[in-house]
Design a protein around this ligand. Structure first.
Ligand SMILES: Nc1ncnc2c1ncn2[C@@H]1O[C@H](COP(=O)(O)OP(=O)(O)O)[C@@H](O)[C@H]1O
Ligand SMILES: [Mg+2]
Length: 262
């Protein structure tokens, strides 16, 4: 099982869209994929039309010792499975304040999710106990970044957070990779920030970028993605390339587990 955290401390940079499209692409290529919505606002759950389940049937159950996790809480979507979020995650933050509270996701995934090929964690736009839990449980981190000032600052802070988690809590975590999203090649600012990130972080910036695309901005609620309703559009093509790149990285860094047939 290869766990991947999708995070950027800044909002609106394409985290949820990336989680959705990468999960779908991996699922459509025959991998068993689970997306876990760790954002208390639950946009991934909404975007897939899943809605909000009772807290004990949501990702909140991961952080609740009193709940016996019921696997039927996992929602099967056309291309991948989803563990939806609950707004209860917001209030639960207050009690998750012990140092060991960063270990819930790691323990839960070892116990319940070992039969998935990939588990993707979608996180909220802040450093919370949930994003730390995801990083502590992950092998890879993808930082979607819109090439503009604030998202780039957020992305660099996220990079630092991931490096700290690797050093202190999770030596299995690979160096984070930046994914440029919502790129508009006509904008000077986008070219400049793209150039800045590549100069500074080299190989850690994915070669493929995700351009702005109407099919990615569309909100559907049927669990389908741009791969289904606009497979030749930019959104599907760009994310297919991104997933090829991610799989190559997995093969380089985690060879034994990457040999899933596509
Ligand atoms: N490549 C893209 N082109 C156009 N719109 C996009 C693209 N990626 C995401 N969006 C839209 O931008 C908004 C923010 O994206 P989202 O994935 O929700 O970001 P985050 O999860 O980081 O807050 C959403 O309305 C989404 O539909
Ligand atoms: Mg989001």
């Amino acid at each position: 099982m290869i766990p991947i955290t999708v995070c950027n401390h800044k909002g609106g940079t394409g985290k949820t869209t990336t989680t959705l499209m990468v999960s779908a692409a991996l699922g459509l290529s025959g991998r068993r994929v689970l997306a876990v919505d760790l954002d208390p606002q639950g946009f991934l759950s909404r975007l897939t039309g899943t809605g909000e389940p009772p807290a004990e049937r949501s990702s909140h159950a991961i952080f609740d010792d009193g709940v016996d996790f019921d696997r039927t809480s996992i929602v099967p979507l056309p291309a991948f499975d989803l563990l939806p979020s609950s707004s209860r995650l917001s209030s639960a933050i207050r009690r998750l304040n012990r140092p060991v509270d960063v270990l819930w996701v790691r323990e839960f995934s070892a116990r319940h999710l070992a039969d998935y090929d990939f588990v993707l964690y979608d996180t909220a736009a802040a450093v919370t106990v949930y994003s730390l839990n995801a990083l502590v449980a992950s092998r890879m981190v993808v930082i979607p970044v819109l090439p503009e000032y604030q998202p780039v600052v957020g992305a660099e802070q996220t990079w630092q957070t991931a490096a700290t988690v690797r050093k202190r809590l999770n030596p299995d975590l690979q160096e984070a990779v930046f994914l440029l999203t919502m790129v508009d090649g006509r904008k000077k600012e986008h070219r400049a920030f793209g150039h800045y990130l590549r100069e500074r972080y080299g190989d850690s910036v994915m070669p493929s970028v995700v351009r702005t695309s109407a099919s990615l901005a569309a909100t559907r609620q049927d669990g389908l993605t741009a791969f289904d309703y606009d497979p030749r559009g930019r959104g599907a093509v760009d994310y297919a390339n991104v997933v090829d790149g991610l799989l190559r990285r997995v093969e380089r860094s985690i060879p034994a587990e990457a040999s899933v047939e596509s």
